[in-house]
Design a protein around this ligand. Sequence first.
Ligand code: HEC
Length: 239
Amino acid sequence: MKTRIISVLIAGIAVLALLNGCRHEILSPGNGSGTGGGTGGGGGTPAGTCSPDSAYFVKDIMPIIASNCTMSGCHDNITHADGVNLTTYTQIMKYVKAGNAGDSKLYKVIIKTDGERMPPPPMPPLTAGQKALIQKWINQGAKNNNCGADCDTALFTFSGAIKPLMDSRCVGCHNPSSLGGNIDLSTYSAVRTSALTGKLYGSIAHQPGYSPMPKNSAKLSDCEITRVQKWIAAGSPNN
Ligand code: HEC
Protein backbone atom coordinates (compact mmCIF):
# COMPACT_ATOMS: atom_id res chain seq x y z
CA MET A 1 0.00 0.00 0.00
CA LYS A 2 2.69 2.40 1.11
CA THR A 3 4.91 1.60 -1.90
CA ARG A 4 1.98 2.18 -4.26
CA ILE A 5 1.38 5.63 -2.88
CA ILE A 6 5.05 6.43 -3.22
CA SER A 7 5.24 5.21 -6.80
CA VAL A 8 2.14 7.24 -7.71
CA LEU A 9 3.82 10.27 -6.16
CA ILE A 10 6.98 9.68 -8.13
CA ALA A 11 5.00 9.29 -11.35
CA GLY A 12 3.18 12.53 -10.54
CA ILE A 13 6.42 14.40 -10.01
CA ALA A 14 7.79 13.02 -13.28
CA VAL A 15 4.70 14.24 -15.15
CA LEU A 16 4.99 17.67 -13.55
CA ALA A 17 8.64 17.89 -14.51
CA LEU A 18 7.74 16.97 -18.08
CA LEU A 19 4.99 19.60 -18.26
CA ASN A 20 7.36 22.18 -16.90
CA GLY A 21 9.89 21.21 -19.50
CA CYS A 22 7.36 21.87 -22.26
CA ARG A 23 6.43 25.19 -20.80
CA HIS A 24 10.02 26.36 -20.84
CA GLU A 25 10.29 25.20 -24.40
CA ILE A 26 7.32 27.35 -25.44
CA LEU A 27 8.44 30.40 -23.52
CA SER A 28 12.04 30.40 -24.67
CA PRO A 29 12.44 33.25 -27.10
CA GLY A 30 13.94 32.89 -30.52
CA ASN A 31 12.63 29.42 -31.37
CA GLY A 32 10.21 30.80 -33.92
CA SER A 33 7.13 29.27 -32.30
CA GLY A 34 5.83 32.45 -30.70
CA THR A 35 2.75 34.22 -31.97
CA GLY A 36 0.99 33.13 -35.10
CA GLY A 37 1.20 35.52 -37.95
CA GLY A 38 4.63 36.98 -37.33
CA THR A 39 6.56 37.10 -40.55
CA GLY A 40 9.06 39.76 -39.66
CA GLY A 41 12.64 38.57 -39.81
CA GLY A 42 13.84 35.79 -37.49
CA GLY A 43 13.14 34.92 -33.88
CA GLY A 44 9.52 34.50 -32.80
CA THR A 45 7.99 37.10 -30.51
CA PRO A 46 6.83 35.75 -27.14
CA ALA A 47 3.11 34.96 -27.34
CA GLY A 48 0.95 37.94 -26.50
CA THR A 49 3.33 40.69 -27.55
CA CYS A 50 2.18 42.86 -30.44
CA SER A 51 4.68 42.95 -33.29
CA PRO A 52 4.50 46.07 -35.45
CA ASP A 53 5.24 43.83 -38.45
CA SER A 54 2.09 41.75 -37.99
CA ALA A 55 -1.62 42.27 -38.44
CA TYR A 56 -3.93 40.58 -35.94
CA PHE A 57 -7.44 39.38 -36.61
CA VAL A 58 -8.97 40.16 -33.22
CA LYS A 59 -7.21 43.46 -32.58
CA ASP A 60 -7.04 44.90 -36.12
CA ILE A 61 -9.25 43.14 -38.65
CA MET A 62 -12.50 42.24 -36.87
CA PRO A 63 -13.03 45.83 -35.65
CA ILE A 64 -12.71 47.17 -39.21
CA ILE A 65 -15.14 44.59 -40.57
CA ALA A 66 -17.63 44.88 -37.70
CA SER A 67 -17.69 48.62 -37.99
CA ASN A 68 -17.91 48.85 -41.78
CA CYS A 69 -19.68 45.70 -42.97
CA THR A 70 -21.98 44.27 -40.28
CA MET A 71 -24.40 47.14 -39.76
CA SER A 72 -28.10 46.36 -39.96
CA GLY A 73 -29.18 45.86 -43.57
CA CYS A 74 -25.68 44.68 -44.57
CA HIS A 75 -23.65 41.60 -43.65
CA ASP A 76 -25.04 40.94 -40.18
CA ASN A 77 -26.66 37.80 -38.73
CA ILE A 78 -30.16 38.92 -39.70
CA THR A 79 -29.78 40.50 -43.11
CA HIS A 80 -26.65 38.82 -44.55
CA ALA A 81 -27.01 40.78 -47.78
CA ASP A 82 -26.28 38.63 -50.87
CA GLY A 83 -25.95 35.67 -48.50
CA VAL A 84 -22.81 37.17 -47.00
CA ASN A 85 -22.50 37.18 -43.21
CA LEU A 86 -19.30 38.70 -41.83
CA THR A 87 -19.81 38.47 -38.09
CA THR A 88 -17.29 35.71 -37.23
CA TYR A 89 -13.82 34.56 -38.23
CA THR A 90 -15.22 31.37 -39.79
CA GLN A 91 -17.73 33.31 -41.87
CA ILE A 92 -15.13 35.85 -42.98
CA MET A 93 -12.72 33.08 -44.05
CA LYS A 94 -15.19 32.02 -46.77
CA TYR A 95 -14.05 35.13 -48.67
CA VAL A 96 -10.35 34.87 -47.89
CA LYS A 97 -7.59 32.85 -49.51
CA ALA A 98 -5.00 32.68 -46.75
CA GLY A 99 -1.64 33.94 -47.99
CA ASN A 100 -3.02 35.58 -51.13
CA ALA A 101 -4.84 38.91 -50.72
CA GLY A 102 -4.98 39.47 -54.48
CA ASP A 103 -7.03 36.30 -54.88
CA SER A 104 -9.32 36.96 -51.89
CA LYS A 105 -12.84 38.25 -52.50
CA LEU A 106 -12.76 40.18 -49.22
CA TYR A 107 -9.75 42.19 -50.38
CA LYS A 108 -10.83 42.52 -54.02
CA VAL A 109 -14.13 44.21 -53.15
CA ILE A 110 -12.61 46.77 -50.79
CA ILE A 111 -10.08 48.02 -53.36
CA LYS A 112 -12.61 48.38 -56.20
CA THR A 113 -13.14 51.96 -57.34
CA ASP A 114 -16.49 51.54 -59.13
CA GLY A 115 -20.03 51.06 -57.80
CA GLU A 116 -19.20 47.44 -56.87
CA ARG A 117 -16.88 48.65 -54.16
CA MET A 118 -17.49 47.60 -50.52
CA PRO A 119 -18.68 49.22 -48.38
CA PRO A 120 -20.93 50.45 -51.20
CA PRO A 121 -21.34 54.15 -52.02
CA PRO A 122 -22.51 56.50 -50.49
CA MET A 123 -20.62 54.92 -47.59
CA PRO A 124 -17.02 56.10 -47.59
CA PRO A 125 -14.40 53.58 -48.76
CA LEU A 126 -12.04 52.03 -46.22
CA THR A 127 -8.97 54.17 -45.61
CA ALA A 128 -5.65 53.28 -47.24
CA GLY A 129 -4.39 52.20 -43.83
CA GLN A 130 -7.34 49.85 -43.26
CA LYS A 131 -6.95 48.30 -46.73
CA ALA A 132 -3.23 47.79 -46.12
CA LEU A 133 -3.91 46.07 -42.78
CA ILE A 134 -6.40 43.65 -44.33
CA GLN A 135 -3.99 42.94 -47.18
CA LYS A 136 -1.15 42.32 -44.73
CA TRP A 137 -3.27 40.07 -42.52
CA ILE A 138 -4.33 37.89 -45.47
CA ASN A 139 -0.82 37.69 -46.90
CA GLN A 140 0.50 36.69 -43.47
CA GLY A 141 -1.80 33.67 -43.47
CA ALA A 142 -5.13 35.11 -42.29
CA LYS A 143 -4.82 33.56 -38.85
CA ASN A 144 -7.36 33.94 -36.05
CA ASN A 145 -4.67 35.68 -34.00
CA ASN A 146 -4.48 38.37 -31.37
CA CYS A 147 -1.93 40.11 -29.21
CA GLY A 148 -2.04 42.18 -26.03
CA ALA A 149 -3.47 45.57 -26.82
CA ASP A 150 -1.07 48.40 -26.06
CA CYS A 151 -3.38 50.53 -23.97
CA ASP A 152 -2.37 52.93 -21.25
CA THR A 153 -5.16 54.44 -19.15
CA ALA A 154 -2.96 57.50 -18.52
CA LEU A 155 -3.45 58.51 -22.17
CA PHE A 156 -7.00 59.75 -22.67
CA THR A 157 -6.80 62.76 -24.98
CA PHE A 158 -9.33 63.06 -27.80
CA SER A 159 -6.71 62.92 -30.57
CA GLY A 160 -4.50 60.28 -28.92
CA ALA A 161 -7.09 57.84 -27.57
CA ILE A 162 -10.74 58.67 -28.20
CA LYS A 163 -10.72 59.50 -31.91
CA PRO A 164 -8.61 56.46 -32.93
CA LEU A 165 -10.97 54.26 -30.90
CA MET A 166 -14.10 55.76 -32.49
CA ASP A 167 -12.56 55.48 -35.97
CA SER A 168 -11.66 51.82 -35.61
CA ARG A 169 -14.66 50.52 -33.66
CA CYS A 170 -17.63 52.87 -34.15
CA VAL A 171 -17.55 55.30 -37.07
CA GLY A 172 -18.43 52.71 -39.73
CA CYS A 173 -21.94 52.53 -38.22
CA HIS A 174 -22.07 56.07 -36.86
CA ASN A 175 -21.35 58.56 -39.65
CA PRO A 176 -23.61 60.92 -41.62
CA SER A 177 -24.30 58.31 -44.33
CA SER A 178 -24.92 55.47 -41.84
CA LEU A 179 -26.43 56.88 -38.67
CA GLY A 180 -26.97 53.89 -36.35
CA GLY A 181 -29.47 54.95 -33.68
CA ASN A 182 -29.27 58.46 -35.15
CA ILE A 183 -25.86 58.84 -33.53
CA ASP A 184 -22.90 60.40 -35.32
CA LEU A 185 -19.43 59.68 -33.92
CA SER A 186 -17.33 60.91 -36.84
CA THR A 187 -16.39 64.36 -35.51
CA TYR A 188 -15.26 65.83 -32.22
CA SER A 189 -18.46 67.80 -31.62
CA ALA A 190 -20.65 64.80 -32.43
CA VAL A 191 -18.76 62.54 -30.01
CA ARG A 192 -18.97 65.26 -27.37
CA THR A 193 -22.75 65.44 -27.85
CA SER A 194 -23.06 61.69 -27.19
CA ALA A 195 -20.76 61.99 -24.20
CA LEU A 196 -22.93 64.73 -22.66
CA THR A 197 -26.12 62.67 -22.94
CA GLY A 198 -24.48 59.82 -21.01
CA LYS A 199 -25.16 57.48 -23.92
CA LEU A 200 -21.54 57.15 -25.02
CA TYR A 201 -20.36 55.75 -21.70
CA GLY A 202 -23.60 53.87 -20.95
CA SER A 203 -23.44 51.98 -24.24
CA ILE A 204 -19.75 50.97 -24.14
CA ALA A 205 -19.89 50.04 -20.44
CA HIS A 206 -22.99 47.93 -21.20
CA GLN A 207 -24.98 49.73 -18.54
CA PRO A 208 -28.65 48.80 -18.19
CA GLY A 209 -30.94 50.99 -20.26
CA TYR A 210 -28.45 51.47 -23.12
CA SER A 211 -27.87 49.48 -26.28
CA PRO A 212 -24.59 47.60 -25.75
CA MET A 213 -21.87 48.84 -28.13
CA PRO A 214 -19.97 48.20 -30.31
CA LYS A 215 -22.76 46.24 -31.94
CA ASN A 216 -21.78 42.85 -33.42
CA SER A 217 -18.29 42.84 -31.99
CA ALA A 218 -16.40 42.24 -28.76
CA LYS A 219 -16.86 44.62 -25.85
CA LEU A 220 -14.14 47.25 -25.58
CA SER A 221 -11.30 46.39 -23.19
CA ASP A 222 -11.45 47.69 -19.62
CA CYS A 223 -8.57 50.01 -20.49
CA GLU A 224 -10.42 51.50 -23.46
CA ILE A 225 -13.58 52.00 -21.40
CA THR A 226 -11.57 53.67 -18.64
CA ARG A 227 -9.99 56.04 -21.17
CA VAL A 228 -13.42 57.16 -22.38
CA GLN A 229 -14.62 57.54 -18.80
CA LYS A 230 -11.62 59.70 -17.88
CA TRP A 231 -11.98 61.83 -21.00
CA ILE A 232 -15.67 62.48 -20.22
CA ALA A 233 -14.85 63.25 -16.56
CA ALA A 234 -12.27 65.79 -17.76
CA GLY A 235 -15.06 67.62 -19.61
CA SER A 236 -14.69 65.91 -23.05
CA PRO A 237 -12.01 68.36 -24.22
CA ASN A 238 -10.86 68.68 -27.83
CA ASN A 239 -7.24 67.92 -26.97
C1 HEC B 1 -22.23 47.34 -36.57
C2 HEC B 1 -22.74 48.67 -36.36
C3 HEC B 1 -22.41 49.41 -35.11
C4 HEC B 1 -21.18 49.55 -34.50
C5 HEC B 1 -19.85 48.93 -34.91
C6 HEC B 1 -21.38 50.45 -33.39
N1 HEC B 1 -22.69 50.81 -33.32
FE1 HEC B 1 -23.53 52.04 -31.93
N2 HEC B 1 -25.37 51.68 -32.70
C7 HEC B 1 -25.63 50.95 -33.82
C8 HEC B 1 -27.08 50.89 -34.03
C9 HEC B 1 -27.78 50.18 -35.17
C10 HEC B 1 -27.67 51.62 -32.96
C11 HEC B 1 -29.16 51.81 -32.67
C12 HEC B 1 -29.59 50.99 -31.49
C13 HEC B 1 -29.44 49.50 -31.72
O1 HEC B 1 -29.79 49.01 -32.80
O2 HEC B 1 -28.91 48.82 -30.83
C14 HEC B 1 -26.56 52.12 -32.15
C15 HEC B 1 -26.74 52.90 -31.02
C16 HEC B 1 -25.68 53.51 -30.35
C17 HEC B 1 -25.85 54.47 -29.26
C18 HEC B 1 -27.15 54.89 -28.63
C19 HEC B 1 -27.38 53.92 -27.51
C20 HEC B 1 -28.64 54.14 -26.74
O3 HEC B 1 -28.91 53.32 -25.85
O4 HEC B 1 -29.36 55.11 -27.02
C21 HEC B 1 -24.59 54.86 -28.90
C22 HEC B 1 -24.23 55.87 -27.82
C23 HEC B 1 -23.67 54.14 -29.72
N3 HEC B 1 -24.35 53.33 -30.59
C24 HEC B 1 -22.30 54.23 -29.60
C25 HEC B 1 -21.41 53.38 -30.25
C26 HEC B 1 -20.00 53.36 -29.97
C27 HEC B 1 -19.29 54.25 -28.95
C28 HEC B 1 -19.45 52.40 -30.78
C29 HEC B 1 -18.00 51.98 -30.86
C30 HEC B 1 -17.38 51.62 -29.61
C31 HEC B 1 -20.52 51.84 -31.58
N4 HEC B 1 -21.69 52.46 -31.23
C32 HEC B 1 -20.37 50.86 -32.54
C33 HEC B 1 -24.71 50.33 -34.64
C34 HEC B 1 -23.36 50.21 -34.34
